[in-house]
Design a protein around this ligand. Structure first.
Ligand code: CU
Length: 229
């Protein structure tokens, strides 16, 4: 396809996907009952002194059978999903270290910006034990992208790519024993209700793969609340 036409088609599809996403976000925003709070873990030393440190652990699965969506995977057992939940609470003005175990395969991400770490301390992340600033754009499974906008609140833009598990290492049944593991740390500002989502187009064929799971709350998107410490 001609590049300009392809660009226009993608722009329209992204717009439609965004509108669909906003619609389902608003529809289910008040139904988020399960929230995972960060765990206190001493202090974190910064250039300007020690601040409280917290950790959060989450996983990304190639389907919804891991238990977080209930028995038999809930309404969409085949949807890829973050787990155990998709809503998180972390304290304000603290260092937060997130570790994500990624069990899904993947491929090339549409926008290579999201194959890089953004907003983390030093701009780095640990990927399978190695300190890096980015991963290969053609080996992305999903992303964890925390958006900076919470009306009138501090900016908080943090995004990391989650490396894929190669097709050869994806078992026919169950989950791989060797997920890719990404760990990154960032510092929160003041209190605010933020949102996050995956920026890898991991939906079905609709809306340039931003449909289905990508426009349904509780799988590839959720709330990220920064609360009073
Ligand atoms: Cu995803």
């Amino acid at each position: 396809m001609n590049k300009r036409i392809l660009g226009a088609v993608l722009t329209i599809a992204l717009g439609a996907g965004t509108i669909a996403g906003i619609g389902s976000y608003v529809a289910s925003a008040k139904n988020d009952s399960k929230i995972l709070a960060a765990t206190p873990d001493g202090t974190y030393t910064t250039a300007t002194g020690a601040i409280p440190h917290y950790t959060l652990d989450m996983s990304v699965y190639p389907d919804s059978m891991f238990g977080g969506h209930g028995k038999d995977g809930g309404p969409h057992p085949d949807y890829v999903s973050y787990g155990p939940v998709t809503n998180f609470t972390v304290p304000a003005h603290s260092a937060v270290t997130i570790t994500i175990k990624q069990y899904d395969s993947g491929e090339k991400i549409t926008n290579p910006f999201f194959a890089k770490a953004h907003g983390t301390i030093d701009g780095t992340m640990m990927v399978n034990g190695e300190k890096v600033t980015e991963i290969a754009a053609n080996k992305v499974g999903h992303t964890f992208t925390l958006h900076g906008l919470a009306n009138g609140k501090d900016q908080l833009f943090v995004s990391v790519p989650l490396k894929y598990v190669s097709e050869a290492d994806m078992p026919d049944n169950g989950y791989t024993k060797s997920p890719s593991i990404t760990t990154f740390t960032f510092i929160t500002g003041g209190e605010g209700e933020y949102v996050w989502n995956c920026e890898f187009p991991c939906g079905d064929g609709s809306y340039a793969r931003f449909g289905a799971v990508m426009s349904t709350m509780g799988y590839m998107s959720g709330h990220f609340n920064v609360v009073k410490a």
